[in-house]
Design a protein around this ligand. Structure first.
Ligand code: HEC
Ligand code: HEC
Length: 503
């Protein structure tokens, strides 16, 4: 709230992903590639293999172009985007890690210079000097990973820092080491998969087969580092993040489990096509392997971002920039007076700061489906109870009047017809829709707070009574404010519920 809000049309999540995903792929690839080049150069020089050296020179041109130009541009892009999307969190990261950033940028500059000179040096330097430069390039690149890894893992598992505020506690936090080893494995794997792709088009065939075997070995080595270190990382996270946060994240966790199979498939394919049948490896297979490798890594990053919800810095700041420590201040004074650069439309400002950093009304993570066909009182009740809904959301610490303003703002932007009209439903089907919209966010059938057990098999009068006193059934549960037809349909739906419908 202490910074103005940047109200871009598209969702924050999409914007962030569009810049961060390519950057993360390219930056890991740059580190692994640096190591790959220098190790391969040593081998090629020892064997006096000129063809191999020429291949490495071509590979390094690509590296310098992609990693330096693209990696640097997207890296600067990330700063730009996080500064705009979440200035408060960016400020917290800068304050906590000033020297970390300074060191990071120093490594980065050394990496860029060394990489550019390394490419230039193929033809203009003595072999020994050239190889020293190659090692400097790789060392600087890996050390920049070392630093950024401390800051990234800090955001998910700040550990003792929450109490001490000390740089070292934040930096060497509980997931620092497993994540560093895992990411190093990713670097090696990506270097292997990518050079496999490039090599799959080399001629003549026996040279190609030799390269493919070498590159597959890199891919397999990377996987061999990733699999156990991921397990280590996962255990470290479970020790830090409440188990409910992990349970709530069914989709990313499902992908993580699936990703073990993915790793097995990649390893098997590398052994089969890359090592045993190297002469037959088709470019398309190499391209698929590359895509699978990126998918595995992508699933990891997605999982990491997901378990951190609702926080941007766990235990310290929520995704919408609310600082945990300021709860009493907001509860006492509400939000409005803290909103800087007010736009003149209080409702819009409140909506932006409370919800807009994660939701749009119509587009990315749209609120419309949840609120179409409802009413202001219901929306206001949900605004006040977001932390009860599925999806790990921040709590709402504003005043009741502020919740009403947000509700009116949302209500003006959703479909205000009746649910029956919007969806063309009636009877118990309409009742099910009413349930999904007005109850399901908190009591998903089959979920942890399923109420089928209490709802099945009651008499009409009991259902009426239950809906009359809905707001008294639980702290934060909304009153039933649907119209008579919706109430009747909902009761009709209740009657279809069976005991034991819960898990
Ligand atoms: C820190 C991010 C964040 C903030 C801030 C946030 N939400 Fe959410 N919200 C989520 C996530 C994540 C989900 C899960 C939905 C998904 O994965 O698509 C969600 C889901 C929802 C749902 C749908 C629940 C369902 O059953 O599908 C509603 C309604 C909702 N949010 C309303 C709000 C409102 C109103 C606000 C502002 C007062 C708000 N949210 C603020 C992250 C956030
Ligand atoms: C914003 C979240 C929220 C919504 C939406 C919501 N509830 Fe609840 N409900 C709660 C909470 C919190 C409790 C109290 C804790 C508990 O029993 O899980 C509760 C309790 C209940 C109970 C008491 C259960 C018992 O075993 O005593 C019933 C029944 C119930 N809700 C039914 C409904 C129905 C029907 C709807 C839709 C008309 C609904 N709830 C909508 C949050 C919600």
């Amino acid at each position: 709230m202490h910074y103005p809000f940047w109200d871009v049309g598209i969702g924050y999540g999409i914007l962030m992903a569009a810049v961060a995903v390519p950057h993360v792929f390219v930056s890991h690839f740059a580190i692994g590639g640096g190591l790959y080049l220098i190790v391969a150069e040593h081998a090629a020089r020892r064997a006096g293999d000129d063809r191999h050296l020429a291949y490495l020179e071509r590979l390094s041109r690509f590296f310098v172009l992609v990693t330096l130009v693209f990696g640097a541009l997207t890296g600067v892009g990330i700063w730009f985007i996080i500064g705009l999307l979440n200035p408060a969190a960016t400020e917290a990261l800068i304050h906590t890690f000033v020297w970390g950033w300074a060191i990071e940028w120093t490594f980065f500059i050394v990496e860029i210079l060394a990489a550019a000179l390394y490419y230039y040096g193929w033809r203009h330097m003595a072999p020994r000097d050239h190889m020293v430069l190659g090692w400097i390039y790789f060392a600087a690149a890996w050390l920049s990973l070392f630093v950024i890894n401390g800051i990234l893992t800090f955001m998910l598992t700040p550990g003792k820092w929450l109490r001490t505020g000390s740089f070292w506690d934040g930096f060497f936090n509980p997931t620092f080491w497993p994540s560093l080893v895992f990411r190093t494995g990713v670097c090696v794997m990506l270097a292997g998969l990518f050079s496999l792709l490039i090599a799959s088009r080399e001629e003549p065939a026996d040279f190609r087969a030799r390269l493919l075997r070498r590159n597959s070995a890199w891919g397999i080595t990377g996987l061999a580092i990733m699999a156990p270190s991921f397990f280590w990382y996962w255990r470290a996270i479970l020790g830090q993040v409440p188990s409910t946060a992990v349970q709530g994240m069914t989709t990313p966790v499902y992908w993580i489990h699936l990703s073990y199979w993915l790793a097995a498939v990649i390893a098997a394919a590398l052994i089969l096509f890359g090592l045993l049948l190297a002469r037959r490896l088709h470019v398309a297979v190499a391209a698929i392997l590359m895509a699978l490798g990126l998918a595995w890594f992508g699933a990891f990053e997605w999982f990491r971002e997901s378990v951190r919800k609702p926080f941007i810095i766990s235990g310290y700041m929520y995704g919408n920039a609310l600082e945990v420590a300021r709860e009493p201040i907001y509860r006492k004074n509400a939000y409005l007076r803290f909103i800087s650069c007010p736009s003149g439309d209080e409702a819009a400002d409140l909506f932006r700061h409370a919800c807009r950093s994660c939701h749009t009304v119509n587009g990315y993570k749209a609120l419309k489906p949840a609120f179409d066909g409802t009413d202001t009182a219901f929306i206001a009740a949900i605004v006040k109870s977001t932390d009860l809904l599925r999806g790990s959301m921040p709590p709402f610490w504003g005043s009741a009047q502020e919740a009403d303003l947000i509700a009116a703002h949302i209500r003006d932007r959703v479909d205000t017809r009746h649910l029956s009209e919007i969806y063309g439903l009636h009877g118990s089907e309409l009742g099910k829709k009413v349930y999904d919209v007005r109850c399901g966010g908190c009591h998903r059938i089959g979920g942890a707070t399923d109420k089928t057990g209490s709802l099945a098999g009651l008499a009409d009068a009991d259902y009426e009574g239950l809906l009359d006193m809905a707001s008294e059934l639980g702290e934060g549960m909304p009153a039933f404010t649907g119209d008579a037809a919706e109430r009747a349909a909902l009761i009709q739906y209740f009657k279809t519920l069976k005991h034991g419908g819960a898990e």
